[in-house]
Design a protein around this ligand. Structure first.
Ligand SMILES: NC(=O)c1ccc[n+]([C@@H]2O[C@H](COP(=O)([O-])OP(=O)(O)OC[C@H]3O[C@@H](n4cnc5c(N)ncnc54)[C@H](OP(=O)(O)O)[C@@H]3O)[C@@H](O)[C@H]2O)c1
Length: 253
């Protein structure tokens, strides 16, 4: 499903230089939105921006000053942000004891602090206009926990509860808060984190499918979208039968 026409709307997409974010930026631009794309790699970001006709703004979201400057620049340039897609994220896999302090801090800053800072920056305008869309790309890891991905899973769990809480805070004021909960998406994510995806199931979906699911959820007013849909099942089992779930997780990983 394509988002409805978005002419005149301003969108900011983080992690738009690659994967899900690049696909989301392309869809938003195709629907008529004025899109600002951000990422770290200037060349890939420029290519993604050129492909969408959007505006690239390089930014390292582990740096709160750069994150604040990004929000300020988009708001100054466009005067508003109607659609914020908090998609950027980085992974790390391995035992917690092998993670550096800097590595932990980078994951928390990029995956959790930056979406909070950006949401706070754009929310006053959305509330004043009585409308806006905040999209968050979470992860099944944040709902279930994953062995040797404790910090990554922790950031995504925090993001999920942040989104839920913000939805309650803004209820009835025109702001739609949506979380995409993907399992596995065929992007450079796994190569970049240094450990390939180790399983056969769930099967990877394309970044285009993930972006389409996110935007359909956002413009359909949905609180959360699991991808694939059967991922609702382990989430429900963990919520209702936690002891059974943990036994199964210990056994099957
Ligand atoms: N792929 C999966 O299986 C999967 C599953 C569940 C959830 N997710 C989530 O989906 C989101 C998008 O990931 P993806 O799969 O599309 O991976 P990807 O292709 O590696 O893209 C990640 C994007 O995030 C950006 N990014 C990472 N760290 C950043 C930082 N410190 N500052 C600014 N930008 C940063 C990257 O920018 P540069 O490349 O320019 O640095 C890139 O644009 C992430 O939040 C990820 O956790 C992915």
């Amino acid at each position: 499903m394509r988002p409805r026409r978005l002419d005149g709307r301003v969108a900011l997409v983080t992690g738009a230089s690659s994967g899900i974010g690049a696909a989301a930026a392309a869809r938003l631009a195709a629907a008529g939105a004025r899109v600002f794309l951000t990422g770290r790699d200037p060349e890939r970001l420029a290519a993604a921006a050129a492909a969408t006709g959007g505006t690239p703004i390089p930014c390292d979201l582990t740096d709160p000053d750069q994150t604040a400057a990004l929000a300020a620049r988009v708001l100054e340039t466009a005067g508003r942000v109607d659609i914020l897609v908090n998609n950027a994220g980085q992974g790390w896999a391995g035992p917690l004891t092998e993670m550096t302090d800097a590595g932990i801090q980078a994951l928390v800053a990029a995956n959790l602090t930056a979406p909070m800072l950006l949401s706070r920056a754009v929310l006053p305008g959305m509330l004043a206009r009585g409308g806006g869309h905040l999209g968050f790309v979470g992860s099944i890891a944040g709902r279930l926990g994953v062995r040797e991905e404790a910090v990554y899973a922790g950031t995504k769990a925090g993001l999920s509860v942040f989104a839920d809480s913000l939805r309650q805070e803004t209820a009835g004021r025109g702001v739609v808060v949506t979380e995409l909960v993907p399992a596995v998406v065929d992007t450079p994510f796994f190569a970049r984190r240094g450990r390939p995806y180790p399983r056969r199931r769930p099967r990877p979906v394309s970044p285009e499918q993930a972006a389409a699911a996110l935007l359909a959820g956002m413009f359909g007013g949905r609180a959360e979208v699991c991808l694939p849909r059967w991922m609702y099942l382990p989430i429900a089992v963990r919520a209702t039968l936690p002891t059974t779930y943990r036994r199964l997780a210990d056994r099957y990983g």
